[in-house]
Structures are given as structure tokens and as C-alpha cells.
Design a protein around this ligand. Structure first.
Ligand SMILES: Cc1cc2nc3c(=O)[nH]c(=O)nc-3n(C[C@H](O)[C@H](O)[C@H](O)COP(=O)(O)OP(=O)(O)OC[C@H]3O[C@@H](n4cnc5c(N)ncnc54)[C@H](O)[C@@H]3O)c2cc1C
Length: 492
């Protein structure tokens, strides 16, 4: 059975797909949004369990000021539908040279000297440290664009800074924002995004989970005359003679001259469309794209409030920044370093209704290989490491646990992205942050097939995870509208 009459079909209601569908519908296009899950949000979906509400895992967004969440919600007239919060404090905790875990300055705009004291920057190194921070914060876009071919590690190496500041600029900052080893991360991507956070703040959440923003976007598609079908997995994107004509899902055909895939570039090309529709060189390019690493973690449901005030934080030491070499040694879990960087989020510290009174949920995450086929025994090695790190810093936590729930790359892949290449599928962000795939080399949202586009963290966007997906959604909506109008104007 075929269903006609859409200007565009969007495959997937992650933040990329939901943004683009909502904006195109609001701007007058007739769209269909198809999503395999019961609700929108993808890798940042809102969850609930009993009286607890939270985002699927540790998800902390940025920037706080002048962010895309508000821009898109405002354009859609949905600003009141979601309660965004930016508490302005965080709990980054550094193990100093005495082995003490010390929380950083809590002031949202701290005096650099307080940061330097915390990170044990010697007096004589402070001038260089300030130069670095000023360059990072004030570098103009045309200078940032020149950093596509060097790594963030190489760029940082131009400054003489102590290990404490170096590990801060990697551990809590770059490792968490990009999920790429510092020597593989494109400096342009790193500097541009970190600059956004330094100038416009970090730590945006939504009451009920950030996924509620994507739910609002999907709702807006319906309000503006589009269709949204949940729990429907697209099995095939149909291509005829180099032109997309629609999709097949649950035995039905949906027709449209434009299809935008939020399913990931590799699953789109290698599975949903099929290699046979592309040139061999494009298929090889797609197969060779390298994703970010993944995040694995534990959700702790606690019978008392153990972590007070801060909505999120990081545990890090001078030894925890990941490099490619360090990651290759650690990734099978057998040579785990003593300390690793842990990110955590406490939803009830920004949303009092996120946990029953007197209770708390703590979401944690650490780096992991992307492989969705990892066994539970392998997951347990990483989950135990998180226990060890969290209990060292928050000794009251262990006794307060009512429920400990691990999540893994298997869950991430099942929820969001099919595994179509060995070892891939559970990645945290996408394909466009490593050297050679960022800046001018970023995968294009346009494909070689007429009418087929990508949206989401694989193409077109910049910034941190969720914000990057929305950035891509905004850009792709514009590209596709132009394509649609040009075709209406010249061909129809
Ligand atoms: C553990 C973890 C922690 C993270 N922490 C942070 C953080 O702290 N801060 C931050 O900003 N970002 C974080 N991120 C990253 C962020 O969540 C992602 O970068 C962003 O949400 C990706 O959005 P997307 O639109 O690119 O893709 P996705 O979220 O992957 O969305 C793809 C959508 O397409 C759907 N789909 C796929 N295939 C099909 C199909 N065949 N048919 C129908 N539907 C389909 C999926 O179900 C999904 O809804 C984290 C991610 C993970 C996994």
C-alpha cells in the first residue's frame, strides 16, 4: 500500500530529525516524521521509572545563553511547553598532588586565579595559562577555521601549561564534549565549541529530561499539519534511477521526493538505501568514517540525597585525559588505569520532581568502545570502575543505593543506531569531530542521490552533542527548503 502526498519524509526523531521536521512543517512543508521508538529524543530521550524522571543517561547540554533549544522552541511557538534550567554551578572534582579530591570554584564566572589555585598552576606559569585561556576564548572564526588539520593536543602543546590545567581542558572539557581522544580531535571543532561554552555557559537541562524538547518539536510537526508515526522502523529508503522516491516501513510505502535520514550515515548508505545505489568510492568513504567513542554508565537510585546542590560534575586527575595510545591500552578493560574520568548528573538538583522527596538518582558515564556486541561481563568491568571512582569521592553513596542499573552501548545502539560495521553502533555522538571529518571536511548533509539528505551529529552541525544535532537540524531544514523550492520553481 502506498501513501502519497508528502514534500519530505524524515527518518528518525532524534534531536536532528525532530528539529528539521518541526522547522520544515512550521515553514509550510508537508512532512512525515517516522520514528522507531515510542517517543522522540533518540540518544537524549527522556525516561521515567516509578517516581523518577531523567534523561536516558548523563546528558548535560550547552551553551546556556543564546542556545538553539530556545531559538527553535521560539520559532515553533513552543517555548512554554518545556521548562529549561541552567543552574550555573557544577561539581568538577580534581584529585590534587596530595591525593585529595577537591571541588572546583562554584562561582559561575570564577576568577581565573581561583581556578589556577584549584588546578595547582604555579605562579610562574599563570601568564601562559591566561594567554591560552584568552586565545581559546577570543579566537576569531577565520583563525579557528585554520585549525582543521591539527589536533586539539597539538594546539594545546603550543602553550606551556601545567598538568592540572592541561587535564582540566581535556578531561571535564574536551573528553566530555567530544568523546574523541585529544590527539584525534580536530582543533577547529574543539576551540570553536569550547569557546561557545566559555563565553555562553554550560549546563542546560530540562525538567523531565532534555528529551522533552525533542518531544515538543515532534508535537509541533503535528500542530503544523505534518504526520508523526512512532514505533515504526523504516526498513528501506527507496531509490529509483538515482532519485529517492520514499521509504518502506512496516510493509507500507510512503512516497516523497525528499527523504532526510537521522539514522546515521553508515546505516543509511549500507543498510537503508543499499551500497548498490552508490559509487564504490562513496561507499568506501562512508565505510572509512570514524565515529566518536561511546559512553557506558550506571544509574544509581539512592534512598537519600548524597550529592547536594550540583546538577552535574566530573571526577578527573592529571592522569585521566585520554589519548589514542592510552585508550588503545585500556579499551579491552584489561589494563584499566587506576583513575578514569567520570561524568555524573543529578536530575533532582535541577528538577525537584525528578526523584521522590529525600531520594536521589545519579546518572554516570565513562568512555567505552562503541561495540554493541560487548558482553555483560565486559560491561561489568567498566561499571565496577565507575562504582570504585564514585564511592572514593562520595563515600556515603554505596550504602544509600536502592537500585543500581548499568547501561551500555548495546542499549544505545538498540535505542538509536543499527550496527552496520563491526564494532560500531553504540557511539555517543556521531561522525563529524575527528581530524579529517570536521570543519571543511565535515560530511555533507547532501548525498549523491537526488533528494536524499542526512541530519544529526553525522553531518552539517557543530557544537556539543545535542546542541550539534539541533544545529544540524536547523541547517538541513534550510538546505532542504531551498532544494524543495528550487525544484518547485524550475521542474514542477
Ligand atoms: C550515553 C550518552 C551520553 C551523552 N551525553 C551527552 C551530553 O552530556 N551532552 C550532550 O550534548 N550530548 C550528549 N550525548 C550525545 C547526544 O545525545 C547526541 O549527540 C545527540 O542526541 C544525537 O542526536 P542525533 O539526532 O544525531 O541522533 P540520534 O539521537 O541517534 O537520533 C536518531 C534517531 O533516529 C531513529 N532511527 C534510527 N534508525 C531508524 C529507522 N530505521 N527507522 C526509524 N527511526 C530510526 C532513532 O530511534 C533515533 O530516535 C550523549 C549520548 C550518549 C549515548
Amino acid at each position: 500500500m502506498a501513501t502519497n502526498g508528502y514534500d519530505a519524509i524524515i527518518v528518525g526523531a532524534g534531536f536532528g530529525g525532530a528539529t528539521t521536521a518541526a522547522l520544515m512543517a512550521k515553514r509550510g512543508m508537508k512532512v512525515l516524521l517516522l520514528e522507531q521508538n515510542a517517543k522522540a529524543g533518540g540518544k537524549a530521550m527522556a525516561f521515567s521509572k516509578g517516581a523518577y524522571t531523567y534523561t536516558a543517561w548523563m546528558v548535560c547540554c550547552a551553551p546556556t545563553v543564546d542556545n538553539h533549544f530556545e531559538t527553535v522552541l521560539n520559532e515553533l511557538g513552543m517555548r512554554e511547553r518545556v521548562e529549561l534550567v541552567a543552574p550555573g554551578i557544577q561539581g568538577s572534582t580534581f584529585k590534587n598532588s596530595k591525593g585529595e579530591w577537591v571541588v572546583g570554584p562554584q562561582d559561575p564566572t570564577p576568577d581565573p586565579n581561583n581556578i589556577f589555585d584549584w588546578l595547582e598552576v604555579p605562579e610562574e606559569a599563570r601568564a601562559d595559562a591566561l594567554t591560552l585561556l584568552a586565545d581559546l576564548t577570543l579566537m576569531p572564526p577565520e583563525e579557528i577555521a585554520k585549525l582543521d588539520d591539527i589536533s586539539y593536543a597539538e594546539w594545546l602543546g603550543r602553550y606551556k601549561i601545567n598538568k592540572g590545567l592541561y587535564s582540566f581542558l581535556i578531561g571535564p572539557v574536551a573528553d566530555g564534549c567530544f568523546m574523541v581522544p585529544v590527539d584525534a580531535l580536530a582543533a577547529s571543532e574543539a576551540v570553536g565549541t569550547i569557546q561557545q561554552v566559555f563565553l555562553r555557559g554550560g549546563g542546560v537541562f530540562a525538567k523531565g529530561g532534555i528529551g522533552t524538547v525533542a518531544e515538543a518539536f515532534a508535537e509541533s510537526v503535528k500542530i503544523n499539519g505534518g504526520d508523526v508515526i512512532m514505533k515504526t522502523k523504516v526498513d528501506r529508503i527507496i531509490v529509483d534511477n538515482g532519485q529517492v522516491t520514499g521509504v518502506m516501513a512496516d510493509g507500507k510505502t510512503y512516497n516523497a521526493p525528499i527523504v532526510i535520514s537521522n539514522a546515521g550515515i553508515q546505516p543509511t548508505v549500507l543498510k537503508l538505501v543499499g551500497e548498490q545505489h552508490f559509487d564504490k568510492s562513496y561507499v568506501n568513504y562512508v565505510k572509512g568514517l570514524v565515529p566518536t567513542l561511546a559512553m557506558i554508565g550506571v544509574r544509581y537510585f539512592l534512598n537519600k540525597e548524597v550529592i547536594t546542590k550540583v546538577p552535574y560534575g566530573t571526577l578527573f586527575t592529571t592522569e585521566t585525559p585520554w589519548t589514542m595510545e592510552r585508550w588503545i591500552k585500556a579499551k579491552d578493560g584489561k589494563n584499566m588505569p587506576e583513575d578514569i574520568t567520570v561524568w555524573y548528573e543529578v536530575p533532582s538538583n535541577y528538577d525537584p520532581k525528578a526523584a521522590p522527596p529525600g531520594h536521589q538518582i545519579v546518572l554516570t558515564g565513562i568512555w567505552s568502545p562503541c561495540d554493541p556486541e560487548m558482553s555483560t561481563e565486559q560491561h561489568e568491568i567498566w561499571w565496577k570502575k565507575i562504582d570504585e571512582m564514585m564511592f572514593k569521592v562520595f563515600p556515603a553513596m554505596e550504602a544509600a543505593i536502592e537500585l543500581r542499573e548499568g547501561y551500555s552501548t548495546t542499549d544505545v545502539s538498540k535505542l538509536t543506531r543499527d550496527s552496520v560495521l563491526p564494532g560500531l553502533g553504540g557511539e555517543c555522538i556521531g561522525l563529524s569531530q575527528v581530524i579529517g571529518q570536521a570543519g571543511a571536511y565535515k560530511p555533507s548533509a547532501k548525498t549523491p542521490i537526488q533528494g536524499l539528505f542526512y541530519v544529526g551529529c553525522d553531518a552539517a552541525g557543530t557544537g556539543i552533542g545535542v546542541h550539534q544535532a539541533i544545529d544540524s537540524g536547523m541547517k538541513v531544514a534550510k538546505i532542504v527548503q531551498q532544494y524543495h523550492l528550487m525544484h518547485e520553481a524550475t521542474i514542477s
